[in-house]
Design a protein around this ligand. Structure first.
Ligand code: ZN
Length: 173
């Protein structure tokens, strides 16, 4: 598991001014974040619910690596309200459907890392990772080592996934 989750540990965003920001998810939720190094990638959010949203990971482990995140800065499931719990699960379900439709993966990892010891990249703001998996992709990444090979540009991922989330959101409503 260590190898799989390790790529998510590094902080990957700076503020517009170039300094570190406190919480990438709070910044993303408020719409004020500027993601580096490419400002054109500002809009990584795929869909917004009432109390949570779905966002592309700027440094995906695989094509289609997305996260379901509550708007509220809170560290764990224990601190989620009933509404947040319900919508996180609904959006996680929608994310599963969207990834399956868009990428036809062989499998999907769905996971939450709580705390440093578990490899959380953002410690105090809960987020649910979804990573599409293909047979053999772990072996491939091991061979490649630290070099990040991204089979698909993030803008392309957004174009594929956003319409599916929009359709599902209309169905959920
Ligand atoms: Zn936060």
């Amino acid at each position: 598991m260590d190898r799989l989750w390790a790529p998510w540990r590094h902080a990957y965003v700076t503020s517009v001014s170039g300094g570190p920001i406190d919480c990438i998810f709070c910044e993303a939720s408020s719409g004020s974040v500027r993601l580096q190094p490419d400002p054109a990638r500002d809009d990584l959010i795929l869909v917004r619910g009432r109390v949570s949203f779905v966002i592309l990971n700027l440094y995906p482990y695989n094509s289609g690596h997305i996260m379901v995140v509550p708007n509220r800065h809170a560290p764990n499931l224990a601190s989620m309200s009933a509404e947040e719990q319900a919508e996180l699960m609904t959006l996680t379900r929608d994310a599963e459907i969207a990834l399956t439709e868009a990428y036809a993966p062989h499998g999907i990892n769905i996971g939450v890392n709580l705390g440093n010891a578990a490899g959380a990249g953002v410690l105090d703001h809960l987020h649910v990772h979804l990573v599409p998996r293909w047979n053999g992709d772990t072996n491939f990444m091991t061979v490649v080592g630290n070099v990040r090979v991204l089979p698909e540009e993030l803008g392309e991922s957004a174009k594929r996934l956003r319409p599916i989330f929009e359709r599902l959101a209309a169905e959920d409503a």
